[in-house]
Design a protein around this ligand. Structure first.
Ligand code: SAH
Length: 464
């Protein structure tokens, strides 16, 4: 089976960098069901074409029970279209060979990853259950120019009509990674072969590959149904999750998060996360707490970017915890992933033995939500009882507020803030806490530094 991808982006040979496959040579990769070859029939400045040829060994498929099973004749197990038709095997080959491009990495030319370029795809033998019409229904809404031509069952006998295969050409100007993701999902959907078992992992795969575009696709239900092999439970779980992803974005876009709106232009939230994760990483902490974790944005990065054995979030809000569980995909984690993470419902103003025995705790943009009269309890709970070796606390620096365009003078960044401190106020509170509980503390500004007002976020790092 064959797939070609052509670009006229210049220099067109950038395609080789993006795919992580050198246009100069033929590359062969062994797959569990056969082998895949990548070769470039054309590679010059103006135009570059990559051809992926996948050879499936049908005998091997049978031996390893990967081929068609069930009602097929025994001959059908050996003589079938899998070696020629661009099926889920092609999708599996794309997944394996172009994993770097799919993950959005490009070592030598990182700026290319987000480059939008003209791309043309040719699938000379795409099995389609549903005709040319279906190819249009799936690819048109994503912005592709589609030419789908049915292939005659037998060229010698036109009266026999069309086969189940289409010669498909797709044209689009997009990022290569988006194109690959869409092919990965839609090729097996067009084929609709039901010859392998699907489990909850497939939902993850579908959401990972389709998360950015499937929620808004008019055929999302059809796509999810076929991708998940008509398993009703899995399909409804996937749809629920797709729609919830949209929900969370809506909540966070509008909601309570006036704060985020004020700070958004600076991407302060990302900077805070980067700074906190960097500090935790540098400390070598293995067991990490996120206190007042909200919807688990920090936890998500901690899980992905550190080798921490355990990351535990705690929050007083059920609704935030539910959003966090969805963000982290808690319900479909493998048992091993599940062991690494926990979300706890609780309050930071009551002693909680579940948060004792950790190496580090992050308390990011939380203290200003506490009633000042409860700050003493918070201090005892975190610094006397939980007492991790390192505590990171961040809070707004009110001196910077005058520099936020969208903020009325004299108002706080969020309506639920009980106070916002100057640097002097925060530092004097933090030094007193450190002295009372045997910690050393130092201070770091996060965000653009103004010579008068300082940085928009202030961070204290306590160590003992
Ligand atoms: N740390 C997150 C959320 C900050 S918003 C982030 O940076 O995105 C403040 C969070 O503190 C909210 O999720 C709120 O529910 C939580 N919170 C407020 N009071 C709390 C308390 N007493 N105990 C635990 N969490 C609390």
């Amino acid at each position: 089976m064959l797939l070609t991808i052509t670009t006229t982006h210049q220099p067109a040979t950038d395609l080789g960098y993006l795919l992580h496959k050198n246009p100069e040579r033929l590359q062969t990769t062994e797959l569990s069901f056969g082998s895949a070859h990548v070769v470039y029939p054309e590679a010059n400045h103006e135009s570059c074409t990559m051809a992926l040829l996948v050879e499936v060994d049908p005998v091997d498929l049978v031996r390893h029970r990967r081929g068609p099973t069930g009602g097929e004749s025994s001959l059908g197990q050996y003589v079938n279209d899998r070696p020629y038709a661009a099926s889920s095997h092609l999708a599996a080959a794309i997944n394996k060979l172009f994993s770097t491009a799919l993950s959005g990495r490009c070592k030598e030319r990182p700026e290319l990853v987000d480059a939008v370029m003209p791309l043309e795809v040719w699938l000379p033998a795409l099995p389609v259950r549903g005709g040319s019409d279906l190819v249009h229904r799936l690819f048109d809404p994503l912005g592709y120019d589609v030419v789908a031509t049915p292939i005659a069952l037998d060229a010698m006998f036109p009266s026999w009509g069309a086969s189940a295969y289409q010669d498909v050409r797709l044209g689009i100007t997009t990022r290569l990674r988006d194109l690959l993701e869409q092919l990965l999902v839609l090729i097996p959907v067009l084929d609709d072969a039901k010859h392998y078992w699907v489990g909850p992992d497939e939902i993850e795969r579908l959401l990972r590959r389709g998360g950015d575009w499937l929620g808004a696709h008019p055929e999302r239900e059809f796509i999810a149904t076929r991708y998940l092999r008509h398993d009703r439970d899995l399909t409804s779980q996937a749809l629920e999750r797709l729609l919830e992803v949209e929900d969370i974005e809506q909540i966070e876009g509008t909601n309570d998060n006036a704060e985020e709106a004020v700070e958004r232009d600076l991407s302060l939230n990302e900077m805070r996360i980067a700074e906190v994760v960097g500090t935790i990483k540098a400390s070598g902490a293995r067991r990490v707490l996120d206190l007042g974790c909200g919807s688990a944005k920090l936890m998500q990065v901690l899980l992905a970017e550190t080798s921490a054995d355990k990351v535990v979030g705690l929050d007083v809000s059920h609704r935030s915890l539910a959003a966090g569980a969805r963000r982290l995909h808690m319900d479909t984690m493998t048992p091993r992933q599940r062991e690494r993470v926990d979300l706890l419902h609780g309050s930071l103003t009551y002693r909680d033995r579940r948060i004792e025995g950790f190496d580090a705790a992050a308390v990011v943009e939380v203290i200003e939500h506490l009633d000042p009269a409860r700050l003493d309890s918070f201090e005892r709970v975190v610094f006397a009882y939980a007492a991790p070796r390192m505590v990171i606390v961040t809070t707004p620096n009110v001196e910077y507020n005058g520099l936020f365009a969208g903020l009325e003078p004299g108002t706080m960044r969020h309506h639920d803030h009980r106070f916002e401190w100057t640097r002097a106020q925060f530092e004097s509170w933090a030094r007193a806490v450190a002295t009372r509980h045997g910690y050393e503390v130092n201070f770091v500004g996060i965000g653009p530094l103004d010579p008068e007002a300082g940085a928009p976020t202030q961070m204290a790092v306590f160590r003992r």
